[in-house]
Design a protein around this ligand. Sequence first.
Ligand code: CTP
Ligand code: MG
Length: 584
Amino acid sequence: MAALGVGLLTLLPVCARRSPVLRPIHRLLSRPGTVAADVRREEQSSGSVETGSEDQTPKKRFSEVQKERREQAQRTVLIHCPSKISEKKFLKYLSQHGPIHNHFFYESFGLYAVVEFCQKESVASLQSVTRTPGLGTEAAIPFRSRCFSLKLRSPSGQPSEPARVPCNSQSPPSSKKLFELLCYAESIDDQLDTLLKASQLTEENTRLRYLTCSLIEDVAGAYFPDCAVRPFGSSVNSFGKLGCDLDMFLDLDEIGKFSAHKTSGNFLMEFQVKNVPSERIATQKILSVIGECLDQFGPGCVGVQKILNARCPLVRFSHQASGFQCDLTTNNRIALKSSELLYIYGALDSRVRALVFSVRCWARAHSLTSSIPGAWITNFSLTMMVIFFLQRRSPPILPTLDYLENLADAEDKCIIEGHNCTFIRDLNRIKPSENTETLELLLKEFFEYFGNFAFNKNSINIRQGREQNKPESSPLHIQNPFETSLNISKNVTQSQLQKFVDLARESAWILHQQDKDRPSPSGNQPWGLATLLLPSVTNSLSLAKKKRKKPASERIKNLLESIKSSGAEGPTDTNGKRTVSTQA
Ligand code: CTP
Ligand code: MG
């Protein structure tokens, strides 16, 4: 056994071994003397902190955030710890390898520590003193990873039983807890804000996501040196909810760039010119190899599925130590660009994320979305619908993509696979909206707008910010902002769309009714947003629906119309807020 500084600890690199499937249960660590102590997680989310959207500090570009996070992840290690350890000794031991910048603990079928060193060299120093575990009957496949397992050398020798370390939660609050929080909120605006704060990705969860990508990059890098594994989708676009999947892609562009400028010389690198009939087949082959590596050697990667015949081939797996469900694709630069665009939209106005989170949560509560692929609407599509709706307000809350493209300068120009992905990347140069509508009004009108949208003939298009004639006959048509010939909601069936429309109308109706007869906020009675998230409300409406002659959605549409016309003369509520939609 290696002689270790404090005489208590031995670190083992985690080799390719199977362990039980995870159930993430985590709590916050915030202790004096660490950077984490400065993190006021109620206010600091990965979205609001990094963009600076809550204050006047300059907002960071997406690429800057990605670069900083990636570099931070490369200085970080993941350590599986005994359930009870002395945090002080643990940190003292690790700091022999260099100063620690930040750390936190979480639970995920065991206790884990995420430790970020100030310097990358500390990771190598730590690796150099670890030993390979003796597995008895099993054999370990040696792989120099940054996942370690900490064994106490002589637990009984410790002077006193170490306390449980405080853990950071990586899960969203339970529905019960969320309802309580919502019921105690002071207004519907406050409810939307509360929901956002309770369910958005925390600073620690974001770190863990970048770290997981970095650990996968270590595996892929053994085969493709200089590759990068980059997160995209809701993990980075500021619309991620605790518990969402981790989308990542293997970026081989850097390798390409390395050789691209060398146009002369006698040598061609054999691996780069191995011919395959198409780009798609190359992608499938690369993912097949990486999928195999993750399955055979990837520490903590379980349930690896190679889904290579999908439109966008991918490898899906669970990363046990982090608890993330991961989807790995390759060269998915356009999706990274959509993530950047959403990040910009999310940072432009504080109402955007609050509204998107509520709509996503509402859709989930009523099983309009699902974690299983199928005919459902997706969170990505819902986000596009909210953005489109906010572009349609008067004055608009969000600019169109065409407008963002007009603001772009030469440096922003970006063409990927022939698709124009150009838009301004410096969000500080985009003028804020003059629209002052409340979240309550926006939520109500969102439901009303889409409860009455002509889905049969119109397409949703955030590039132009106005309805377009549908170019094809799918029930729901939402144009992909960059690959404009693609419909991002092609999978949605007519019956799923109808369910969405019915629920949107019912929700608009419930909010209008509550406007007239609002219960006073109290902890024991659901009201406002909490009512909308209760499946029982719409279940009871569905039961009532069966007894009615007209379909509920028609009836509610008529009711809304009548509320609208009766409010036409005096369209304000007691708070002076407009209560009736003026949306065309
Ligand atoms: N994407 C796309 N076209 C689609 C589906 C997805 O371009 N039809 C891209 C988007 O950039 C999206 C990303 O792939 O953000 C990841 O897709 P997905 O995981 O389905 O959506 P998320 O935005 O990550 O939302 P969720 O929280 O549900 O994972
Ligand atoms: Mg995702």
